[in-house]
Design a protein around this ligand. Structure first.
Ligand SMILES: O=C(CO)COP(=O)(O)O
Length: 250
């Protein structure tokens, strides 16, 4: 039985002071929630949010991380900096990083390995664009992003990885993949994982869905056999909405 993992990706929203007071509200409203939970503020809001969430049931995520340990990497944030600031989980390979900042599978894989070596949990995002889906390339894209993103990741480290399937056309658009469509892709990801890892490890993998998850559709999505959580953008920016998502009842 896999545990549900509901995570909020705040993207480039909320100043450090807004994020800190938002975290205080969430901490109160999510008290006693039974699922695994996380929020990912912007880098500079992390210390305040981590301080606020200390001792709570909400993990702290980062939205990205450098591929290097330290040194001459202007504008980057290192693993040690994130650790010191209180980060538990690092989101890597988000489609916005891939599309806007040109992050390749090989580059993302460097970060995945580095994050795992530093003891972080990783959420690896994969997903196809509308053109790729309509061009019949969905499986090829999702397979490549999964396999290349996890290159050199051992089976023993795999338990620290969550995959987030985020079809690019469903992000921030109000369009959600149907629960059946999403479940089919999640099952495909599990099949791809079983080609490299044991079937037990593939079966145990937590695979989140992301793309216009809202209080009104979360239950239907989570009811699917292969959907084990959500990576939520827009709806994670409102306390009531994220609370309703995070506390969904099966
Ligand atoms: O990109 C996402 C989470 O990482 C999804 O964003 P939305 O929930 O706003 O569609």
């Amino acid at each position: 039985m896999r545990n549900y993992f509901l995570a909020g990706n705040w993207k480039m929203n909320k100043t450090p002071s807004e994020a800190k007071s938002f975290a205080a509200e969430l901490k109160a409203s999510l008290k006693g929630a039974s699922h695994k939970l996380m929020v990912a503020p912007s880098f500079i809001a992390i210390p305040g949010v981590a301080e606020e969430l200390k001792g709570s049931n909400i993990l702290v995520g980062a939205q990205n991380m450098s591929n290097a340990e330290s040194g001459a990497h202007t504008g980057e944030v290192s693993p040690e900096m994130l650790k010191d600031a209180g980060v538990d989980v690092v989101i890597l390979g988000h489609s916005e990083r891939r599309a806007i900042y040109g992050e390749s599978d090989a580059f993302i894989n460097e970060k995945v390995q580095l994050a795992l070596n530093h003891g972080f949990e990783v959420i690896l995002c994969v997903g196809e664009t509308l053109d790729e889906r309509e061009g019949g390339k969905l499986e090829e894209i999702v397979r490549t992003q999964t396999v290349e993103g996890l290159k050199n990741v051992s089976e023993s480290s795999l338990s620290k990885v969550t995959i987030a399937y985020e079809p690019v056309w469903a992000i921030g658009t109000g369009k959600t993949a149907t629960p059946q469509d999403a479940d089919d892709v999640h099952a495909f990801i599990r099949k791809v994982l079983a080609e490299t890892y044991s079937s037990d490890a593939a079966e145990a993998m937590v695979i989140q869905y992301g793309g216009s998850v809202k209080p009104g559709n979360v239950k239907e999505l989570m009811a699917k056999e292969n959907i084990d959580g959500a990576l939520v953008g827009g709806a994670s920016l409102k306390v009531e909405d994220f609370t309703a998502i995070a506390k969904f009842d099966t």
